[in-house]
Design a protein around this ligand. Structure first.
Ligand code: HPA
Length: 283
């Protein structure tokens, strides 16, 4: 494929990365995406520089409630991180390529690891509202893939391997740290659906049958693009509600945000414990 300046994502990602470099001298080691209701973690960063997405060249803007829309650069202990306080979703009408653009910017910033978080519905009946699930694998039911279209070899290979989408050493350390928390932390398989309507009870029975533990509307496109650029990924679901049809009550988004608020303390504790260990494993 030929690349004309400013018209390909590689050039656009470089431009956004350059803009971010001029805002802070920090060289982040890990990029973190905070899901619905989980944005509070960004307030915990030391030496923080807050950059609204609207200022960053070509960055997609989120309209979802519970997503702030800032890139926060700062430190967790000694580890420099880049934190997305809010993400864009496929259901907002953006292309998959657009919602995953920030991941490519992180790759151009030299970041080698992603920590993705999301709010998810619990499908496995062993789960409960407020528990955390470390993703062991995923199933993409979004009906699309962010790598569709001409491949840019400067990012990665045409057919990226996904046999270890979520790095085994990251998963192990996250589960170890999770055991120290007062809430339940297990591992599981995440199904990504298109949304924005929640699933029907019949869809949830189908999704359980194919081997999923949690369901949500994000994360998988970001993981695919991160793996394409050779980054290691850790992803954690917060079970904000049990999926449709499990409890005798309708699903409401306010419940998702409320559960996020309730587990905030444990969630922040887990991220703070995991990040320094992820950084060590990258060396
Ligand atoms: N389904 C899909 N996405 C979600 C859910 C759910 O039950 N909860 C939070 N995000």
């Amino acid at each position: 494929m030929t690349h004309s300046p400013e018209q390909d994502d590689f050039t656009r990602a470089d431009k956004a990365a350059e803009f971010i470099r001029q805002k802070t001298a920090l060289q982040p080691k890990i990029a973190i995406v905070l899901g619905s209701g989980l944005g509070g973690f960004a307030d915990e960063l030391v030496d923080a520089t807050v950059i609204p997405y609207s200022q960053i060249p070509h960055f997609p803007l989120s309209s979802a409630q519970g997503h702030a829309g800032n890139l926060v650069m700062g430190k967790v202990g000694e580890v420099a991180v880049a934190v997305m306080q809010g993400r864009t979703h496929y259901y907002e009408g953006h292309s998959m390529q657009r919602i995953t653009f920030p991941i490519r910017v992180f790759s151009r910033l030299g970041i080698k690891a992603m920590l993705l978080t999301n709010a998810a519905g619990g499908i496995n009946l062993q789960l409960e509202q407020g528990s955390l699930v470390v993703l062991r694998d995923h199933i993409n039911l979004m009906g699309s893939n962010p790598l569709i279209g001409p491949n840019d070899d400067r990012f990665g290979a045409r057919f990226p391997d996904m046999s270890e989408a979520y790095a085994a050493d990251f998963r192990k350390l996250a589960l170890e740290e999770g055991k120290k928390l007062p809430i339940k932390v297990s591992d599981g398989v995440y199904v990504a659906v298109h949304g924005p309507s929640y699933e029907t009870p019949a869809e949830i029975r189908f999704i359980r049958t194919i081997g999923a533990d949690t369901v949500g509307m994000s994360t998988v496109p970001e993981t695919i693009v991160a793996r394409h650029c050779g980054m290691k990924v850790l992803a954690i679901s917060c079970v904000t509600n049990m999926a449709a049809g499990i409890l005798d009550q309708p699903l409401v988004h306010s419940e998702v945000l409320e559960t996020g608020e309730r587990v905030k303390h444990s969630f922040v504790a887990l991220l703070k414990a995991v990040i320094p260990r992820m950084a060590t494993s990258l060396q």
